[in-house]
Design a protein around this ligand. Sequence first.
Ligand code: TRP
Length: 497
Amino acid sequence: MNLHSRKSRPSWSGQLAFILAAAASAIGLGNVWRFPYLAAQYGGGLFLLIYVLMVVTLGFTLMTTEVAIGRRTRLSGMEAFSGVHRGWKPLGWLVTLIPVIIVPYYCVIGGWILKYIFAYLFNRHLALEKTVETVSATGEPVVETVTEIVHVSSPDFFSAFIAHPWQPAVFGSVFILFSMWLIFSGVRKGIERSNKIMMPLLFILAIVISVFALFQPGALAGLKFYLLPNLSEYVKDGSFDFVRLCKTCLGAMGQMFYSLSLAMGIMITYGSYMQKTDSIERSVRRIEILDTLVAFLAGLMIIPIAYALGNGPEVMQKSGPGLLFVALPQIFTKMTLFGLPFGRLLGAIFFILVFFAAATSSVSLLETVVASIRDRTGVSRRTASILTLVYTLLMALPSALGYGHGPLGGVIVHGMTFLDLCDYVTNNVMMPIAAFFTCLFVGWAVGSRFVEEEVEYDGHPFRAKVFYRVMIRWIAPVLMLILFVTFVASGLGYFSI
Ligand code: TRP
């Protein structure tokens, strides 16, 4: 089969269209929700540094690989590997399974965003049950449950919301139905077009919020934590904590895959629609820069706020995946314009902009799942979509209600709720494995020329060619192997953590 000859596939109208489409898929909750809380958990500056290094080395290598494979084979993620080299079908399976696990919980977080939009627009309150310890008249300690009404601007609003018996499931389902509707109604094109305005607006608003946050008392300590790598945290009892460093690297690597939508076959599919005359290398660099800038800004606005709230490290550890939702409302209440409380409006606008970013990503995730079902079973688009919809709605339930007190609540596996577990397993286990085998596939089975020729097609220079070749054959697989072995070994108790 001559892989250069499939001409009938439609393609993007040009390089800019490709960059914007890929960036729309990449920029989403991963940047605004996930990146800041991971940076907070893994020690700030060091995580940021490792993340950026990961993006320009591994991220560049893998994205170039995926886009080039896609454009050269004109096949989608599932078929591309086996289409090029027989026997690599399982890798196709693995990369298609990842979005299937991600999509339900991604939509649950989308539902959290929706809830905040509603709460800001309509000034909502929620009831929060709290246990308080008091001392009775006789001096005995008494534990009482009190119900407190919390407003959306309160940091407790988030815990009240995710513990609610049905609201997270309802908002998550609305998000799923909305995304599916976008795919079907053709409005999707409109959303993608409006993102050309929404994304720059989100960018500007994030800068405004960051600057405002940095003027709050205590925020500078947060800035220092976020920007300056601090190795002293990694020294335990006088010796360097190598396992913790590996875990930070693994966390940064997983986040890099997630944020750039890598190791899921998505960029292969996107690449398959790219025009032959566009520069792969330049496009990849631009997508990376855009995506990393948004993540960086999100951290810049959220982490200093966590410090300004009081005890920064404690707020950050305790909030976990809720950091965005706990920290930001604090700053919105403080923002006034000409003496008017401006924060409520700003809160609504901010979450609406994030919603747009999340919607384009979830649409692209859902569509991948629909496409894989069709590829596998040959059913119609309609049937595949209904199956995807039912599956996503059902699988979203344990993620949505996992924090509550209902029957699905409080199920903890390995110290994680269902949502955290899906997130962790896909990002820190499945994606590194998929990426590892992609490197072996290109570096050893097919040969890096396969990618290099495609990047250089039409006379484009491949500036990082030597770097790419060394990365894909040696550095990337070895690095991933080391991280993975350390991770597994530490889990099995060979290292003390
Ligand atoms: N990259 C997206 C984000 O940062 C999330 C995501 C992961 C995604 N995998 C994807 C989006 C696949 C589209 C397709 O939020």
